[in-house]
Design a protein around this ligand. Structure first.
Ligand SMILES: *Cc1c(COP(=O)(O)O)cnc(C)c1O
Length: 382
């Protein structure tokens, strides 16, 4: 038998990279934690599912079509995106989830010795892809739970290729308004790529929130990410996209894997795109859920970070990983935030009322007992 020695084959940055371990399937988890049903509030999925038109498209997919390769570059979906946003179809690249387009952008612009800049407490995939590709990820601390524009600009050097801004930020829900995004893009002045990840764009209700698509014309170095996984309820089909100027998208296209987006996802996404009533219904559900959670968490004496997006973050008087395991025994799955560098915090998807009530009930049971007295001590002010 040949003895395998991977040591000299693996680059150092792979040796030191710890692989992400996804959660087990529901039946396995239910067996493990001894619960008879499971509310998944960990992945910011839409409890309403895909819009009716997308469900219809999925039902009508002819099974024999599975034998045929999909459009290699999502031709019809890009045409539809172009109509929707008043842009050219070639200004879009569709990927196997927005996760895949992150790696397209990084592969296109970064080489050995280069770095990317993002926040320390944000969607972790920018950092992961940079690190397992051998690039440095410069993580700038959040300021008041938000991306710190000045500090990000200060970290730029010769090797900086891309700045990733998650707007609104997952997990804090904070955002840059139009003014702040404009000033940041002006300060960069086209010398680096700026990615604005708008995975939760369709959930945003704030009036001063910038639509990244509107900034592409004046800022050809800007790349906007969107996904069908969150608002459009298609997370299981894996489809997301990026948009940018013709020049920048043409460059990124060289690194993009053709045929990575399956036919069913392309059809369902195209059908979902103009379902504005679905967007309004989902927003109403999230609005109602946030009000309920804020009220209940205040009652429990817990502080929460509630911003834009279909998720909230809660600070607990206990370890988040312990809270995760205890909540699981009540059939409620949340996101433990230690991995996001927010120890003692959990992130919870704002789902339908039944799931949120199950969460609050379970949370009340697992919280460490607090002496009643603490409650009645008035808060110091000023
Ligand atoms: C969920 C999410 C994505 C990735 O979504 P895909 O399912 O890969 O399309 C990207 N960015 C942020 C901030 C997210 O929360």
């Amino acid at each position: 038998m040949t003895c395998l020695n991977l040591d000299h084959l693996l680059p150092d940055y792979i040796k030191h990279f710890e692989a992400y371990i996804p959660s087990k399937p529901d039946p396995e988890l239910m067996r493990l934690y001894g619960c008879s049903r499971l509310y998944r509030l960990n992945n910011n999925e839409n409890p309403l599912g895909p819009p009716e038109a997308a469900q219809e498209a999925i039902r009508n997919f002819p099974p024999p079509s599975a034998a045929v390769y999909p459009s290699g570059d999502a031709y019809y979906l890009r045409t539809k995106l172009a109509q929707r946003f008043g842009m050219d179809p070639d200004q879009f690249l569709v990927g196997n989830g927005a996760n895949e387009v992150i790696s397209f952008v990084m592969k296109a612009f970064c080489e050995k010795g280069d770095n990317i800049i993002t926040a320390d407490k944000t969607f972790a995939v920018y950092e992961w892809i940079a690190e397992f590709s051998g690039f440095e990820a410069r993580l700038v601390p959040l300021k008041d739970y938000a991306f710190d524009d000045r500090a990000m600009l200060d970290r730029i050097d010769e090797g900086t290729k891309i700045l990733f801004v998650c707007n609104p930020n997952n997990p804090t829900g904070t955002y840059w308004n139009r003014d702040k995004l404009s000033r940041f893009l002006d300060a960069i002045g086209g010398r680096r790529i700026v990615v604005v990840d708008e995975a939760y764009f369709e959930f945003v209700e704030a009036e001063d929130f910038p639509n990244g698509m509107d900034y592409i014309r004046d800022h050809p170095n800007l790349v906007v990410f969107r996904t069908f996984s969150k608002m459009y309820g298609l997370a299981g089909l894996r489809i997301g996209y990026l948009a940018g100027s013709l020049e920048v998208v043409q460059a990124i296209r060289r690194t993009c894997i053709v045929y990575s987006v399956n036919a069913l996802a392309q059809i369902a996404a195209a059908a979902a795109l103009d379902q504005d009533d679905h967007v309004l219904r989902s927003r109403a559900l999230v609005r109602e859920g946030k009000l309920y959670l804020k009220r209940e968490l205040a009652r429990l004496g817990l502080s929460s970070q509630v911003g834009e997006g279909n998720f909230i973050m809660i600070r607990l008087p206990m370890s988040d990983t312990l809270a995760y395991r205890k909540l699981m025994t009540y059939g409620v799955m949340v996101r433990a935030m230690t991995g996001f560098r927010f120890p003692n915090h959990i992130r919870v998807t704002v789902s339908h009322m039944e799931a949120l009530q199950a969460f609050i009930e379970a949370l009340e049971k697992i919280l460490p007992h607090r002496p009643r007295l603490l409650h009645s001590i008035p808060k110091e002010t000023g």
